[in-house]
Design a protein around this ligand. Structure first.
Ligand SMILES: NC(=O)c1ccc[n+]([C@@H]2O[C@H](COP(=O)([O-])OP(=O)(O)OC[C@H]3O[C@@H](n4cnc5c(N)ncnc54)[C@H](O)[C@@H]3O)[C@@H](O)[C@H]2O)c1
Length: 290
């Protein structure tokens, strides 16, 4: 897709961070946006801000971990605009640590939002886009953590690897069938967003027993917040994403330092050497996903 003006984009996780950056880019390019997010107050605020920028905006409160919500998102988008040309399966959360220490609730919540959210997005929107028979593009947000060795948050890493696999499978099957629907997978390193406060969106039924933060965890959190504050802005990620859509580029890697980590992991894998992540020490200290 080379021309964006007049197109329609559905963006999940649009009320903050990367999703909001994508939405702002769309409005500036004359793309109508359907903003989907679980956080109603920031969703409405984002909608108002984008309308003030001159955007054509529909806000649809959506929990992407619920199939019915994603189906209703599609109905609302098609009812309002008739077509959807761009889908960003972007909503995501992070929680948990080592595989056995992450709680059942951590696993269920992170898999629900990050993986089922992307699966629902693909299952619901891809057939509608195919039937539409116009140029379309689906971008699934995975992470550099979906292409490198794990070692920080197991649930996060597992879901992001799965989103890469889902996207590759989608890309290959659509390509084999020669359709007009193109696909990319976005694998950023650290971006200046609210991901470190993902807990704000955890539903009450999946909350963990409150546990005091140890000094090490507090230090890790502070270090993560400092890292996030100095990392790539979402507007830059959006520029990279739309350039990739223009070029029909599947893998979108935004951070050169993480490209090195991925290269190292791949070469170890091919040499059948055991995993070792150069960023592991940082991640262990942070006890947080990226
Ligand atoms: N920030 C980073 O460093 C980074 C790096 C790699 C990948 N990512 C990925 O980017 C995506 C966007 O995250 P972000 O960094 O912008 O974080 P963010 O917290 O700023 O934005 C995430 C958005 O998703 C929404 N959301 C959470 N649960 C939801 C649900 N169940 N249904 C609908 N919306 C929901 C939140 O309300 C929020 O608006 C995520 O998939 C994340 O895993 C982020």
């Amino acid at each position: 897709m080379r021309e964006f003006a007049g197109k329609v984009a559905v963006i999940t996780g649009a009320a903050s961070g990367i999703g909001r950056g994508l939405a702002e880019w769309c409005v500036r390019a004359g793309v109508s946006v359907v903003l989907a997010d679980i956080e109603e107050v920031s969703l409405d605020r984002t909608g108002a801000d984008l309308k003030a920028m001159g955007g054509t905006v529909l806000c649809a409160r959506t929990d992407v971990s619920k199939r019915g919500d994603v189906e209703s998102l599609a109905r609302r988008a098609f009812d309002a605009f008739g077509n959807v040309h761009l889908l960003f399966n972007n909503a995501g959360v992070a929680a948990g640590g080592a595989p056995w220490e992450a709680t059942w609730n951590d696993w269920e919540w992170v898999i629900g939002v990050n993986l089922w959210g992307a699966i629902y997005g693909v299952k619901v929107f891809a057939p509608l886009m195919l039937a539409q028979n116009t140029e379309c593009h689906i971008v699934n947000t995975a992470s550099a953590a979906g292409l490198s060795a794990g070692g920080f948050s197991a649930p996060y890493s597992v879901t992001k690897h799965a989103v890469v696999a889902l996207s590759e499978s989608l890309y290959l099957t659509l390509q084999q069938r020669g359709t007009l629907v193109k696909v990319s997978v976005l694998c950023p390193g650290l971006v200046r967003t609210n991901i470190a406060n993902a807990e704000r969106n955890r539903p009450p039924e999946l909350r963990n027993e409150p546990a005091p933060l140890t000094p090490k965890m507090q230090a890790g959190r502070a270090a993560l917040e400092a890292l996030v504050a100095s990392s790539m802005p979402p507007s830059q990620v959006a520029e990279i994403v739309f350039e990739a859509i223009r070029k029909e580029q599947f893998y979108i890697l935004t951070h050169p330092d993480w490209t090195e980590v991925i290269r190292l992991r791949t070469s170890r894998l091919l040499a059948m050497e055991n995993p070792e992540n150069p960023a592991a020490e940082v991640m262990k200290l942070l006890n947080q996903p990226m």
